[in-house]
Ligand binder design. Structure first.
Ligand code: HGY
Ligand code: MN
Ligand code: MN
Length: 412
């Protein structure tokens, strides 16, 4: 008999969380460690306490809630995702995974279900990697991929250090940011953020793994000068070099793998004045591919292209890789458990690789890990147009819950 959740409560909780950092056009602006992030974190801690969970916050601001099991020594299962958003992002990215985990706990409480294993729920710090890089930062520190002091020293565009911002919002916790015990499984529900489920007419996605990434920035140093009297052959125009690199980032994926993608998402030109030749320009790159070797080739290509662009324009260039995340494949036993739950819930499922990064990338290096995807209508994400119907949210949350119940060895 499959566990059914409280659909109304799931929807109401999703709508409630979407109020924190809400934008006029129905999106979310809830950057990591800002006031809106503090507010949603306070809200989340209240929900955990109301559900009877013990709460702890680690030194990197990751928030955990714990529901005891019949066997307190059994390795817990961990469910969750992230509550920070992109600038002007969507209301489902990350939040659906946290709310679905909460709904699982609330349903266990309603039905008086005791699980053999303890169940923990987590909100990871700074999954998005927009204000501070890298992405999946909190789960990366927790999994031992990143050094906590190095990450706490990272600064945003205004020079604010992450550790300071964490302290400012009151979430620099006292628990070490690392696994306090062995975990049996980590399960994350997330919106697909791509078009495949919708195109296939599937109800849910059974995620087989996540692509690898390289993210970085190239800063071109030219000479700011008057755009009028400076003859063309006297110029060292940082923006012209940056424009060359932007075109190259677009070209590189076509020469690599079928699934290679490349993006320049951030450009900062100074002094950014209509009649000044740009003196300094920073552009970022991001490449992803299912193969780490292809990601490495993309990285080498972008380095070479940046050097050539700088040479052609007679400017200097500084290059900094800000993130390298490995491609991961989830273990069969977890993928099988999610597939079984999808079938038990009578959901048409599609098996797919995630083109987006998730905290599961790093947690997969700590314990068995798997993901369930909910349908992203139109495949849009990281924008207010991000949309998943409540039915699709409910279906995917039910598959997550039934997978978790089986692994937590719940006795109904
Ligand atoms: O970039 C990503 O894939 C994620 O949204 N941080
Ligand atoms: Mn996300
Ligand atoms: Mn995202």
């Amino acid at each position: 008999m499959t566990l059914r959740l409280d659909r109304e409560r799931l929807v109401a909780t999703m709508e409630e969380q979407a109020e924190y950092g809400a934008t006029e056009d129905g999106g979310l602006h809830r950057l990591a460690l800002t006031k809106a992030d503090r507010e949603i974190r306070d809200w989340f801690v209240d929900q955990l306490k109301e559900a009877g969970l013990s709460v702890r916050v680690d030194e990197f601001g990751n928030i955990f809630g714990r529901r005891e099991g019949i066997n307190p020594d059994a390795a817990p299962i961990l469910l969750g995702s992230h509550l920070d958003s992109q600038p002007n992002g969507g209301i489902y990215d990350g939040a659906l995974g946290v709310v679905a985990a909460l709904e699982f706990i609330r349903t266990l409480n309603d039905k008086g279900i005791e699980t053999t294993r303890p169940v923990e729920v987590v909100n990871w710090t700074n999954e998005e990697g927009s204000r501070f890089q890298p992405a999946m930062q909190g789960s990366g520190v927790w999994a031992g991929v990143h050094d906590i002091d190095t990450e706490r020293a990272k600064t945003d565009d205004d020079g604010v250090a992450l550790g300071e911002a964490l302290h400012e919002i009151g979430y620099s916790g006292d628990v070490p940011a690392k696994p306090m015990t062995d975990y049996e499984e980590y399960l994350e529900l997330h919106v697909e953020q791509g078009p495949l489920l919708a195109e296939a007419g599937a109800d849910v996605g059974v995620v087989t793994g996540i692509v690898g990434f390289t993210w970085g920035a190239a800063t071109f140093h030219g000479e700011a000068d008057h755009s009028g009297p400076t003859p063309m052959h006297h110029r060292s125009d940082a923006l012209v070099a940056a424009a060359d690199l932007i075109a190259a980032v677009r070209r590189i994926p076509g020469t690599l793998g079928e699934r290679t993608v490349g993006t320049v998402g951030y450009v900062d030109a100074s002094p950014n004045s209509i009649n000044v030749i740009p003196g300094e320009v920073t552009v970022t790159w991001g490449f992803r591919d299912p193969s780490d070797a292809v990601v490495e080739r993309a990285y080498r290509r972008v380095l070479a292209e940046a050097e050539h662009a700088a040479e052609r324009e007679g400017v200097d260039v500084e290059i900094e890789e800000r993130m390298r995340a490995p491609a991961v494949l989830f273990p069969d036993r977890t993928v099988d458990a999610i597939r079984r739950a999808a079938k038990a819930c009578d959901c048409q499922h599609l098996e797919l690789l995630s083109g987006a990064g998730h905290d599961a990338t790093h947690v997969a290096s700590v314990c068995n890990t798997g993901m369930v995807f909910a349908v992203s209508e139109g495949g849009k994400s990281h924008s207010p147009e991000e949309f998943t119907s409540w039915d699709d949210c409910y279906e995917a949350a039910t598959v997550l819950a039934n997978t978790a119940l089986e692994i937590a060895d719940g006795t109904q």
